[in-house]
Structures are given as C-alpha cells and as structure tokens.
Design a protein around this ligand. Structure first.
Ligand SMILES: [Zn+2]
Length: 123
C-alpha cells in the first residue's frame, strides 16, 4: 500500500528525473543554437527548417531536434532567427503556448534560445 501511494505521489515532486530531463533539453537547445549559428554563417541565412541541420550534418543526430520532456520537435522560427536580438528562435513548445501548458517544471518552464545566442527560461 505504501509503495502504491509513493508511486502515485512521486510524479508530482520535481525529482532527479525531471531535473535530468530539463538539463538534457537545455543542452540540446544550446547545441542547436551553435548549429544554427554555424549554418547561418555558411549560408548567410538561418535554416528554413531544423531538418536542414541534420541533412547538412551540422548536428550528428536528429534526436537533438526533440525536447526531452515533450518528446516532440522543438518549435523553431526562421523569421525570428533572421530578426535577431531578443527574438525567441527555438523553444520546447511555441512561445505563444499559455504558461500552464509549458512542458518543464510542472508546466511552467520552457527552454528558449534567443537570436542573440542567449538561453532564456520562460515561466
Ligand atoms: Zn524542453
């Protein structure tokens, strides 16, 4: 009975697994940020889709395109990448997703790469 209760309660606690998933997600966002920058320098424009980073071997594995928490491909905006500055170019889900539906830390955390290369966290 105790173990059943523990299993029911554990997913509500921000534990090691969730921290690891957030860390893995942020690591992917940062690696993609480097790849997008290199691609942009080589082509004088950012990629139109993340897939181009795989096709042209700027990243080793297409698993890097997936947020570790949502299991889905990152939301990417080439228009924002062209705009530069503080525009959010890559994030776990679309930046327009309501706060409560964002994937990390009980739905309020979202790893976001800004066009400046800075990694931001939306809450
Ligand atoms: Zn994520």
């Amino acid at each position: 009975m105790i173990s059943i209760l523990a299993a029911a309660v554990l997913p509500m606690v921000p534990g090691v697994n969730d921290q690891a998933r957030i860390g893995a997600c942020e690591s992917r966002v940062q690696q993609l940020g480097v790849a997008i920058r290199l691609y942009s320098e080589d082509h004088n424009a950012p990629p139109e889709a993340l897939r181009a980073l795989v096709d042209e071997r700027y990243i080793d594995s297409e698993s890097l395109l997936i947020c570790t928490k949502t299991g889905k491909e990152f939301s990417y905006s080439p228009a924002a990448a062209r705009a530069g500055g503080k525009s959010p170019i890559l994030s776990c889900v679309s930046p327009t997703t309501p706060r409560g539906s964002r994937p990390h830390r009980h739905g309020v955390y979202n790893a976001i790469l800004l066009a400046s290369g800075e990694l931001a966290a939306a809450r």
